[in-house]
Ligand binder design. Structure first.
Ligand SMILES: [Zn+2]
Length: 380
């Protein structure tokens, strides 16, 4: 089910799309351009559902008519999806070959990104491509008579992943658009698009979602506390998909990872100004001593993993995903000796936190010491 009201923020775009339908000036080729997690794909799907709805309620689809029932499950016969796939000769050559997986993934998270999609295909290491077979498929679908709607809609997610032959064929179609057919292209990267495709479409710019809107949605839909919701909204930086991942079971761990990564970045850059505001945040009494201690323990764990990665058996690493990525990058900047010295400082800070020292002083002092260790220089 994808209605406008289910989409976070983006009120301006929604209004514009609704008007285009109400005023009967729906452009035949539109490019929804928005960064990952902005909801560009969700908007294109909600727009489609609205256009095809038999009994729209003002500015949204009804969600219940025969057409909506099909769109709710992404099985409307006049709505076609094209998306990148992991090509496998003879079995996966075009979108419809993995249509079941696509529906499942989108219905589970309509803010999904390309790597979510590929991990649901178990194809993380494969190249995402919209191949040349796809253009034949598009032509075949365009030749079908519409089942019940007035319009046929072709939603193309990530047209920037089209190989050149496929892109050229699409361009030909856009140049001589078939009757009553709507092309909705959804892209994250205009620079990777053929400029000729770009110029053939009407641009619908989808901005990042505001922190406030993400926060409200997390409170309402994910039952987060206002504090957690605003911390996550801040880290997600307008990307709702990233926010959803941060709300997972490992909320505290995820927050530690982000906070620790941010801290290390500033330590290596000797960014004293940045450190001061970072300390203000972690030393805030709302965070509490237990959380401050947990953060330091987390840091110790990361350094331990770095050491294992450097000297030990890599199969003993206990981190994965984003964390593993971070540990690997951090390891390249450290050696055993530095790791040991940093760990000693963290241990000492833990003791001071336990003795109820001033968190602000402890974290400031710790940060400066760590800068000295990694740079062997004293900031002025
Ligand atoms: Zn409806």
């Amino acid at each position: 089910m994808m209605l406008f009201k289910d989409i976070i923020g983006q009120e301006e775009v929604k209004k514009r799309l609704v008007h285009s339908v109400q005023e009967n000036r729906v452009s035949h080729a539109q490019l929804f351009l928005g960064a990952e997690g902005s909801g560009a794909l969700s908007l294109a799907v909600a727009y489609t559902q609205y256009i095809l709805c038999k009994t729209p309620k003002g500015s949204d689809a009804c969600g219940m008519c025969a057409s909506c029932m099909k769109n709710n499950k992404l099985v409307h016969p006049d709505v076609h999806f094209v998306y990148p796939v992991a090509l496998k000769k003879g079995s996966v050559e075009k979108s419809t070959d993995v249509a079941v997986e696509w529906r499942e993934s989108f219905l589970e998270n309509s803010y999904l990104n390309l790597s979510d999609w590929f991990s649901s295909l178990d194809a993380e290491n494969k190249q995402p491509i919209i191949g040349v077979e796809e253009s034949g498929e598009i032509l075949r679908k365009l030749a079908l008579t519409t089942y019940e709607g007035e319009f046929k809609v072709m939603i193309i997610w990530m047209p920037e992943k089209m190989n050149i032959a496929a892109a050229n064929k699409l361009l030909k179609i856009l140049e001589e658009p078939p009757d009553k057919t709507l092309f909705l292209l959804v892209s994250e990267n205009e620079e990777a698009l053929l400029s000729t495709i770009y110029s053939r479409t009407q641009l619908i710019k989808v901005n990042r979602i505001s922190d406030e809107e993400i926060k409200e949605s997390l409170i309402e839909k994910n039952q987060l506390s206002p504090d957690d919701a605003s911390r996550i909204a801040y880290l997600a930086d307008g990307n709702y998909n990233a926010a959803l991942k941060l709300t997972g079971e490992n909320l505290e761990e995820n927050l530690h990872l982000h906070k620790f990564r941010e801290w290390m970045r500033m330590i290596f850059k000797v960014d004293v100004v940045g450190i001061i505001s970072w300390v203000e945040e972690i030393a805030n009494s709302k965070v509490g001593r237990e959380n401050q201690k947990a953060f330091l323990l987390y840091g110790l764990n990361i350094f331990r993993e770095c050491l294992v990665g450097m000297y030990g058996d890599k199969t003993l690493l206990r981190v994965d995903g984003e964390e593993l990525d971070f540990v690997q990058k951090l390891s390249t900047k450290l050696d055993g000796n530095i790791c040991k010295q940093l760990s000693d400082e963290l241990n000492e800070a833990i003791i001071h936190i336990e003795r109820n020292g001033s968190a602000k002083l402890i974290f400031t002092d710790l940060s400066l010491k760590c800068m000295r260790i990694v740079k062997k220089q004293v900031p002025a």
